[in-house]
Design a binder for this molecule. Structure first.
Ligand SMILES: CSC[C@@H](O)[C@@H](O)C(=O)COP(=O)(O)O
Length: 364
């Protein structure tokens, strides 16, 4: 998507053909910084410390990490080691394991001397494929927005609530949950987005709001607890969120707080949609609550908040007593029964084993 009048993806291969450049998301919305990652250790740090984040982007970044490793040592042992190092960075988003498995599957049969070049080719392809998947999700989700708009008075706004950042910053381009929104704006449908701030790391306030502002999408930032209130008053027409892992039974794991939004949506008959590319489906898991590992991040992310001071410095402030411990589960699981539909690249699937199997028969 554009930043100013220049098009950016969130990650791209450097001119040296070996390192990668990323938009360093730690500084947004205050500063737009690009960082060069030149080692596997650097890639691991960027994923773990969330310079890049969002399930699809984590996967693509890891794919480039495997490629980097292949230029140093293309042996089977090195391939297994880099798989482990990168897999250990974040536990919940399945796209990470998907991309690492895909790179290993692709590289294993190749002679050692061909692996580095082939790995960069495949990593580039995975990045390009992500853009195509997200564009298709956008088109399928656009049909839902059009449908809601058609049931309103001409010119009346479609109000959409979203949680966390499932925007272009969480992918290579377009985003998942935001892709239908961008296409709706392009199609001239009046939309307005309620952006959950998404404590503790504020991906909504810092990233989704920045995206919306950058693309002229009418939006309003709300605290995480406001969604239920707005739904009770009929102010929300639909919820669209992303996901870090959706099970074969249709349970949806996403940023902490998503489950509460789904409960409020169900209680108020607000359709609750989840946008996801197929690499986000974990076909090996059925019961999300029992089987998905939930990342526990540092309590400091709850106690200390980043922002910009009046003097323009980016700084952290403490919001709780020094002595108060904080817990920080980063994701939760929304049971399939609360999900209206899964917006995939192939169409809208029912959030159920049957629904997903019908959409992806080859996985059945
Ligand atoms: C298209 S991204 C979908 C999810 O990855 C997104 O909603 C999310 O939960 C991101 O979590 P994060 O911890 O910021 O990586």
């Amino acid at each position: 998507m554009n930043v100013g009048d220049r098009h950016f993806r969130t990650i791209w291969l450097s001119d040296d053909g070996r390192s990668v450049e990323i938009i360093d998301q730690r500084w947004l919305p205050h500063e737009f910084r690009i960082e060069k990652l030149v080692t596997v250790a650097g890639i691991a740090t960027a994923i773990r410390d969330m310079w890049v984040r969002g399930a699809p982007l984590i996967g693509v970044t890891a794919a480039y990490g495997v490629a980097m490793q292949m230029t140093d040592d293309a042996s089977d042992e090195a391939l297994d080691t880099v798989w482990e190092i990168l897999h250990d960075t974040r536990p919940t988003a399945i796209n990470l394991r998907w991309a690492l498995d895909e790179m290993r599957r692709f590289l294993r049969p190749l002679p050692l001397g061909e692996r580095a070049a082939a790995a960069y080719r495949r990593a580039n392809e995975i990045a390009d494929e992500d853009v195509g998947l997200n564009r298709a999700i956008g088109e399928n989700g656009l049909a839902i927005i059009k449908d809601i708009a058609a049931r309103k008075q001409p010119g009346e706004t479609v109000n959409i609530l979203t949680h966390c950042n499932a925007g272009w910053l969480a992918t290579v381009d377009y985003g998942t949950a935001t892709s239908p929104i961008y296409l709706a704006v392009e199609a001239g449908i009046p939309v307005h987005v309620y952006v959950d701030e998404t404590r503790p790391r504020n991906q909504g306030a810092q990233l989704t709001a920045w995206e919306m502002a950058g693309h002229g999408v009418p939006h309003t930032l709300i605290v995480d607890n406001a969604g239920g209130h707005l739904m009770q008053r009929g102010a929300i027409d639909m919820v669209i969120v992303g996901t870090d892992r959706t099970t074969a039974d249709g349970d949806v794991c996403n940023k902490i707080g998503t489950y509460l939004k789904a409960l409020a949506a169900a209680d108020n008959d607000v359709p609750f949609y989840v946008a996801l590319p197929s690499p986000t489906i974990d076909w090996t898991v059925g019961d999300g609550l029992a089987e998905i590992p939930i990342e526990e991040r540092s309590g400091d992310e709850v106690s200390l908040v980043w922002g910009k001071t009046a003097s323009g410095k980016i700084a952290q402030v403490r919001v709780s007593p020094e002595a108060t411990p904080a817990a920080n589960p980063a994701f939760d699981v929304t049971p399939a029964r609360l999900v209206t539909g899964l917006i995939t690249e192939r169409g809208i699937a029912k959030a159920s084993r049957e629904g997903l199997k019908a959409m992806f028969p080859e996985r059945g």
